[in-house]
Design a protein around this ligand. Structure first.
Ligand code: GLN
Length: 549
């Protein structure tokens, strides 16, 4: 049976519980333990699939087709192992299970209550991955902040698990904030004391306190926190702000978070941390030799979390190319035929982002046109690929009204159409084409050059697809369907023949990029953009030389 670590958060939200949990997991993994992380979210949506990105950031998708919290993306990027449906549970899913059981009559006439029925179901789900025999340690991150009304049943479940298991099989790590008061020139521990007291009132005594802080914690301060939070001084861990989330595991290593956790769990004989690949990645990341500008064309660009996995995939691909990728956020709603040149002229590459609905699509189409005509490296993801297909229809094939039926149900040329299996579906939650599907890649294509393989698997989240009725027109005119799901006859990749780098993919490659395995399309796209930048630079220098002669 696995051992359990629960990670709770106090004082305020957005302290980076997910990153602390992922960093701890990374360190334990680097010492040879098998670790996974799961997240329990206290909201009532059954999953975040129906949430607007403005509400909750990006929706992450697992291989088995679960729509999950974006923290699962961090877990995968850090640990380099896939997560699944079981790794993300919400209040909504818990209640749904309990209510379904009640309707089946499974409670035999009993009154169904938060305690014990809801808490029992939370406990069952919390232990599930631990019972699989696959892992030594399960880290469970509790969403929300201690003291929230909605997180009470989760904290109660943790209290019961802590009571049921031997002390060395279950510990609680509490993440808090130590604010610095400028006027008093002092770090303040009171909010942390209060948050630990609140947690204790709910019956849970944390074993380790991780303190987010802008300034180093002195010995005295650590002692004070330890005394009033009822932990040993060595269990007070400083988590100073870092330049990159990928530095956090190393900071936690310096602070000894993994060692104190291993001590409390009574795990002995663990190996020294093996972080060679991680360190190499970081060395390359902090000392780039080149810099490129990539335009990210989307409609949620104000909110960084909306494109989290894409941004992180660029960090991975940038490091391996020794290239700083500067992301230029461009709101697709503000792009027009008139200003497109002005807005995109400094770019070395262009990514058109995934999305839903008609807001901002005309701007995306303008951007694709610019990239196609100016031979600017182009990468379209999901809706971004669909926009490339529409742009080509309108401006190369001459079908000026071509569109996706998502935006125009009556278009004369529905080049992007609803998938057959989607036509009968009414419910919005969990009904898209979701999760990993195989894709066959055409020999001698750009996609083949990138993947170096003709069989790949990528994750999906969409309802519309390339309309196969037009496949011949496209192929003859030079936009090639170079990747296909042969079982379902779906076009998964399109690419332009006469262009240095123009690729659109129906799936979400960003979801599979990790520190140790940067995604090949992102790696190739960064390289192509760097080549474009160098060529431009050379051309500019030549011009300047000629002018000075
Ligand atoms: N709205 C499009 C579809 O459902 C694209 C989805 C996406 O970009 N994830 O097909």
């Amino acid at each position: 049976m696995a051992k359990f670590i629960f990670v709770t958060g106090g004082v305020t939200s957005s302290l980076g519980k997910g990153i602390i949990a992922a960093s701890l997991a990374k360190l334990l993994q680097s010492r040879g333990l098998k670790v996974t992380i799961q997240k329990f979210d206290p909201y009532i949506n059954v999953d975040p699939g129906t949430l607007n990105p403005y509400e909750h950031g990006e929706c992450f998708v697992t291989d088995d087709g679960a729509e999950t919290d974006l923290d699962l993306g961090h877990y995968e990027r850090f640990l380099n192992i896939p997560t699944s449906q079981a790794n993300n549970v919400t209040t909504g899913r818990i209640y749904q299970t309990v209510i379904n059981k009640e309707r089946e009559g499974a409670y035999l006439g009993k009154t169904v209550q938060v305690v014990p029925h809801i808490t029992d179901e939370i406990k069952r789900r919390m232990m599930l991955l631990g019972n699989s025999g696959e892992y030594d340690i399960i880290i469970t991150e509790l969403g929300g902040t201690v003291g929230d009304i909605e997180s009470l049943p989760f904290v109660e479940a943790v209290r019961q698990i802590q009571w049921e298991l031997p002390d060395e099989d279950c510990i609680v790590v509490h993440l808090t904030l130590i604010p610095y008061l400028k006027a008093a020139k002092e770090l303040k521990t009171k909010p942390t004391q209060h948050s630990v007291r609140l947690l204790s009132q709910e019956g849970v005594q944390p074993n380790v306190i991780v303190c987010r802080t802008e300034r180093a914690l002195s010995k005295e301060l650590r002692k004070k926190i330890a005394l009033f939070c009822n932990v040993k001084t060595e269990a007070v861990i400083e988590a100073m702000d870092a330049n990159s989330i990928y530095e956090v595991p190393l900071k936690m290593l310096q602070e000894g978070l993994d060692v104190i956790v291993l001590k409390k769990l009574q795990i002995n004989g663990y190996a020294a941390p093996e972080l060679n690949k991680w360190n190499h990645f970081l060395q390359m990341l902090v000392a780039p030799k080149h810099k490129i500008n990539i335009g990210l064309i989307g409609k949620y660009v104000e909110l960084q979390d909306a494109y989290k996995s894409i941004l992180e995939a660029f960090v991975h691909a940038g490091s391996i190319n020794q290239c700083k990728v500067n992301i230029v956020n461009i709101h697709s709603e503000h792009l027009t035929t008139k200003n497109v040149h002005e807005k995109l002229k400094e770019l070395d590459g262009l990514l058109v982002a995934p999305g839903f609905g008609s807001r901002g699509v005309e701007g995306k189409i303008e951007a694709v046109k610019y990239a196609r005509e100016n031979k600017l490296p182009f990468f379209g993801i999901c809706l971004g690929m669909q926009m490339a297909v529409i742009e080509f229809a309108r401006n190369v094939l001459g079908w000026t009204n071509a569109h996706s039926t998502e935006m125009d149900a009556n278009t004369s040329h529905p080049v992007i159409a609803l998938m057959e299996e989607q036509k009968k579906i009414k419910n919005k939650g969990g009904t898209m084409r979701l999760g990993a599907y195989p894709c066959e890649i055409q020999n001698e294509s750009l996609a083949f050059k990138i993947y170096q393989s003709s069989e790949i698997s990528e994750r999906h989240r969409h309802r519309w697809e390339f309309n196969n009725n037009y496949i011949k027109d496209y192929t003859n005119a030079g936009l090639i369907p170079s990747g296909k799901n042969t079982a379902k006859e779906l076009v998964e990749i399109v690419e332009l023949k006469d262009h240095p780098f123009f690729i659109g993919v129906q799936f979400h490659p960003e979801l599979k990029s990790t520190v140790e395995n940067p995604h090949p399309i992102f790696v190739a796209f960064v390289k192509a953009s760097h080549d474009f930048a160098q060529k431009n630079e050379a051309a500019k220098n030549k011009l300047a030389e000629n002018q000075s002669l």
